[in-house]
Design a protein around this ligand. Structure first.
Ligand code: ADP
Ligand code: MG
Length: 393
């Protein structure tokens, strides 16, 4: 168990808080989606309500150790001020004399926001000198940046060597929920994996095969599994170089006595376009000139039945090209079934989370994970460096 912000005395303390405010920004410098800023609010409010002064640090985009004006945190500071209804002192540097002075002047309830930490070349190198400079600003380190936890960088890992280090509320929710589903889940544990490619998900698939009672596969990656079982997949997205690995995973599933479900029918079309004519076919009869773009109605029914009986559901990757309505129905049906089931449900992955939001059932899911790569690595069973550095209870 990792220490959390709730375990600490905060009154009068300066708290270096690593958040993930890596929000999408448009050409005009406007924030397109402030979900990540909102996700950080509970921890920030908790710190302020308990008498701390807060020094916030975040990355934005990939400036690669150089100052890039379009990736400054000015718009983030402004939005944070609006959301909190309090003043945020935004700095134009990451470290230095000005920052040390500003941190020294902080009083309980004050908020200081550092510039984009990735402007500093030491950040992604996890440079000890930079980590010490961060640590010198504060009494406590709180990490709330779950989305960056799979990286060992100075502001989310290195700094923890020099200060008491604990999880923020968002980080804690991620650790508790993701762990609960993986270690000691209420059974049956139904895992659902879709999305683009097997290549990105070999680790997750391997781990889920050993953990789950049922594994439901859809999306582009299911095509490669179906091909490995000798089905003709027409012009579907296929990873020819992963056929052997797909066959191995299928064998591993049998060996583990796992109920592995591949689609029995598919929605096919001749192009990935809203104007394409969609048709439902069985897996045995995918036409040579068509591609599989969604799971079919029979598959939706089989998947939904298993989901209804689940004790725990973990889901990564959409089951079709959900960006186009006529290929989104499989993903939406499974999203609804997951929302309606009594199971403890966790959904993670940038695309599947937006698909579930699009389906209008996000509020009925037990936990939507905020991490992309971090969630995948957690599900691979890896220890994430940004979590490992936090103090144990
Ligand atoms: P996540 O972000 O949830 O981890 P991925 O990034 O792995 O998911 O995959 C999402 C992408 O996979 C989406 O853009 C979706 O259009 C695509 N996809 C899903 N099914 C198919 C398919 N049958 N053919 C081609 N692309 C697909
Ligand atoms: Mg994705």
């Amino acid at each position: 168990m990792k220490k959390t912000v709730r375990d600490l005395t905060l009154a009068g303390k300066r708290v270096f808080t690593r958040v993930d405010f890596n929000v999408p920004i448009d050409e005009n410098g406007e924030i397109r989606d402030d979900t990540r800023i909102r996700a950080g609010l509970p921890t920030i409010s908790y710190l302020l309500d308990n008498g701390a002064a807060v020094i916030l640090a975040s990355h934005l985009g990939r400036p690669k150790g150089r100052v890039k004006d379009s990736l400054r945190l000015n718009a983030v500071a402004k939005r944070l001020e609006e959301l909190l209804g309090r003043q945020v002192r935004k700095m134009d540097e990451v470290v230095g004399e000005g920052i040390s002075r500003a941190a020294g002047e902080l009083k309980a309830g004050d908020i200081l926001l550092l510039e984009n930490v990735r402007f500093h070349p030491g950040e992604e190198k996890n440079d000890p000198e930079l980590s010490r400079a961060y640590a010198s600003l504060a009494d406590i380190f709180i990490s709330d940046a779950f989305g960056a936890a799979h990286r060992a960088h100075a502001s989310n890992a290195g700094i923890a060597s020099y200060l008491p280090a604990a999880a923020g509320l968002l980080m804690d929710a991620e650790i508790v929920n993701l762990s609960r589903a993986m270690h000691n889940p209420r059974r049956p544990l139904v895992a659902i994996v879709g999305g683009n490619k097997i290549a990105d998900k070999i680790g997750v698939l391997t781990n889920f095969i050993s953990l789950a009672d049922s594994l439901l596969l859809g999306g582009g990656m299911a095509n490669t599994f179906l091909r490995a079982k000798d089905y003709n997949m027409g012009r579907s997205l296929l990873e020819e170089d992963k056929l052997t690995q797909a066959a191995e995973l299928l064998r591993l599933a049998t060996y583990n006595d796992l109920n592995l479900c591949l689609p029995v029918d598919l929605v096919v079309a001749d192009k990935v376009d809203a104007s394409a004519e969609a048709e439902v076919v069985t897996v045995e009869s995918v036409p040579d000139d068509k591609m599989a773009l969604d799971i079919g109605p029979k598959t939706r029914e089989i998947f939904s039945r298993l989901i209804a009986e689940a004790g725990t559901i973990i889901w990564n990757g959409p089951l079709g090209v959900f960006e186009i309505d006529k290929f989104a129905q499989g993903t939406f049906a499974v999203a609804r079934a997951t929302a309606e089931s009594d199971a403890f449900s966790i959904i993670g992955g940038g695309d599947v989370v937006s698909a579930v939001e699009k389906a209008g059932v996000a509020a009925m899911i037990s936990h939507l994970s905020t991490g992309g790569g971090a969630t995948l690595e957690f599900w691979e069973g890896k220890e994430l460096p940004g979590i490992a550095v936090l103090n144990d209870c």
